[in-house]
Design a protein around this ligand. Sequence first.
Ligand SMILES: *[C@@H]1O[C@H](CO)[C@@H](O)[C@H](O)[C@H]1NC(C)=O
Ligand SMILES: *[C@@H]1O[C@H](CO)[C@@H](O)[C@H](O)[C@H]1NC(C)=O
Ligand SMILES: *[C@@H]1O[C@H](CO)[C@@H](O)[C@H](O)[C@H]1NC(C)=O
Ligand SMILES: *[C@@H]1O[C@H](CO)[C@@H](O)[C@H](O)[C@H]1NC(C)=O
Ligand SMILES: *[C@@H]1O[C@H](CO)[C@@H](O)[C@H](O)[C@H]1NC(C)=O
Ligand SMILES: *[C@@H]1O[C@H](CO)[C@@H](O)[C@H](O)[C@H]1NC(C)=O
Ligand SMILES: *[C@@H]1O[C@H](CO)[C@@H](O)[C@H](O)[C@H]1NC(C)=O
Ligand SMILES: *[C@@H]1O[C@H](CO)[C@@H](O)[C@H](O)[C@H]1NC(C)=O
Ligand SMILES: *[C@@H]1O[C@H](CO)[C@@H](O)[C@H](O)[C@H]1NC(C)=O
Length: 521
Amino acid sequence: MLAILGVLFLGLASPAFAAQAIQSPEISSSPANASQILDRALASFSIEYGYLPSFGGNISHPNELTRRLMQRLVERTGVGPDVRPGGITIDSSQYNPDSPALTLVESSSGGIYSSTFGPALYESLNVFPSSSKFIVSVNLGNDTIKLARDEIAAAIQHLGWDRIRALELGNEPDHYAGGQRPAAWSSSDYTAQFIGWTSVLTRNLTLPKGIFQAGSFADDPPTASMTTEEIIDEGAGDTGAVEVYSQHMQVRYQFSTCDPIRDAIATLPHLVNHTNITSYVDLWKPQVAAARSVGKPLVIGEYSSVSCSGKENVTDTYGQALWLADSILYSASINITRMYMHQGATLVLQSGTQANSPGFSWYDLWYPVDSDRYGTARAGPSFVAYLLITEAVGSSGHSQLALVATPANPQLAMYAIWDKGKLSRIAILNLANRYVSTSADDAENLAVTVDISKYVSGSKVSKVQVKRMTAPGIDSKDSDTATWAGQSYTNGTANGKEVVEGLNRGQVKVGGSEGVLVILP
Ligand SMILES: *[C@@H]1O[C@H](CO)[C@@H](O)[C@H](O)[C@H]1NC(C)=O
Ligand SMILES: *[C@@H]1O[C@H](CO)[C@@H](O)[C@H](O)[C@H]1NC(C)=O
Ligand SMILES: *[C@@H]1O[C@H](CO)[C@@H](O)[C@H](O)[C@H]1NC(C)=O
Ligand SMILES: *[C@@H]1O[C@H](CO)[C@@H](O)[C@H](O)[C@H]1NC(C)=O
Ligand SMILES: *[C@@H]1O[C@H](CO)[C@@H](O)[C@H](O)[C@H]1NC(C)=O
Ligand SMILES: *[C@@H]1O[C@H](CO)[C@@H](O)[C@H](O)[C@H]1NC(C)=O
Ligand SMILES: *[C@@H]1O[C@H](CO)[C@@H](O)[C@H](O)[C@H]1NC(C)=O
Ligand SMILES: *[C@@H]1O[C@H](CO)[C@@H](O)[C@H](O)[C@H]1NC(C)=O
Ligand SMILES: *[C@@H]1O[C@H](CO)[C@@H](O)[C@H](O)[C@H]1NC(C)=O
């Protein structure tokens, strides 16, 4: 009688409590179909060149917040992230050995028309870990090779080859047509100029072979006017100058605050959706394949969730952490080698109808200095995503990753990570949208429980560790309550007591808008 009641009770309760439907998808014990070996700098940064001093400071006034936040990443992977000082302001820049760090020619509203920098600008890069590599981005837009030559020579002198990952000519050259180039400027024109300039620069500066990062195109494939596929076909790699191909994920055609139509649809439910994220990233698969076919990596040299510097109450929330974690891990699963998340500021003249005014971008992972817009310098609520990702990647330099199919749960993003060939970690992101105002009952419906016991031998189940990324809701903007393993990182150091959980009867529960990293013994 009791048993029958029990069955009846479960039968009534389970539709209302989806969290009780336990998932245990298949994970292969070998990484046979996983990604390439993960680059430990997978989660890297692009920093708008004109704002580099705000992020880095200089020798006498280093930005200690930036230094601390970067240290948190080194602790997890053993190396610093890559840093690409770049973006649209590089194409109106000029190096002058006698100039101060950075002189901007600005509009009355704070837009940057052009800039001149001197040797002291390199001091800004000093706060980044000594293991961080830099992308040296130089002016191609101006169409004057001497400007690029002098910028490369200065970088070699002040940074040294140990610190230089690659040299990059220009930012988003697919957007030059009708502005810095004639209206008919095309992919073959770019390729011809790339081949010409790289050979002159290589001869003039005695550059090593294969040192350039080619591309840096803005627009989404396949409709973009320039792509990696196309420039490879046109022979961009034929002279041996290319080390790596780059395309951006920044000018996302759906979501942008550069015009009212795309602004209206740039909402948290549209962004924090695993189906949307994967179908968008999949557009780059042919680009990855093209680069790999000539033995080169593809990187995303600049990106974020909403183009034109993000959107208030959307990209400055904890929801951005889920968007970042899923976008980066999924990109890694399709062999995108590194992702340079853009940090910077709104520039005027990005479009005649842009919603944002100048100031730090709404998507920045941290606000490096005090500002009217954001108040006190601090990490944003999305910073915790970088802790989940760097711990998922780990420090061995021998990890690989694969998306695990969970068809019963389309908003679950589950990634298996093999370290030295052995299944070692599982990252589980539950993208079901939970808001600050979501009731406890509704939140319970969004939670998913995953049975981990089948991935670990019986005697070791009690040794499994779980670290959790969570916050009051995807719309929360409070960095103090966005936590990783129970700790917040508002000022760049761990605050609070670390919480490392175990499994509950072999299972882990992942609430809506939470992420966990399951660490297998
Ligand atoms: C790899 O993928 C192939 C094709 O989908 C499949 O036949 C094979 O079983 C997979 N191997 C592993 C170890 O999962
Ligand atoms: C990723 O790289 C691995 C290892 O080289 C390879 O086996 C796999 O097929 C690649 N996947 C994609 C989508 O390129
Ligand atoms: C370093 O930064 C401080 C504070 O912004 C500034 O006053 C100083 O002039 C800078 N030093 C150099 C060499 O640019
Ligand atoms: C190139 O730089 C020169 C010197 O700063 C400037 O006068 C000119 O307007 C620039 N041209 C373009 C196309 O940006
Ligand atoms: C490189 O270019 C600079 C500036 O145009 C020139 O002064 C120098 O002679 C060139 N050096 C070589 C080795 O070609
Ligand atoms: C993203 O998801 C929403 C549902 O949350 C859907 O309405 C929208 O069309 C999707 N957008 C894109 C670009 O896939
Ligand atoms: C996510 O977006 C897809 C379209 O890409 C849509 O079909 C689905 O309903 C969305 N999921 C949620 C939970 O809104
Ligand atoms: C963002 O949210 C705050 C607080 O709810 C509100 O005052 C502000 O108007 C919102 N901004 C936008 C652009 O929606
Ligand atoms: C960061 O904040 C915590 C908590 O308020 C404090 O204990 C710690 O000293 C602060 N660290 C720094 C470097 O300011």
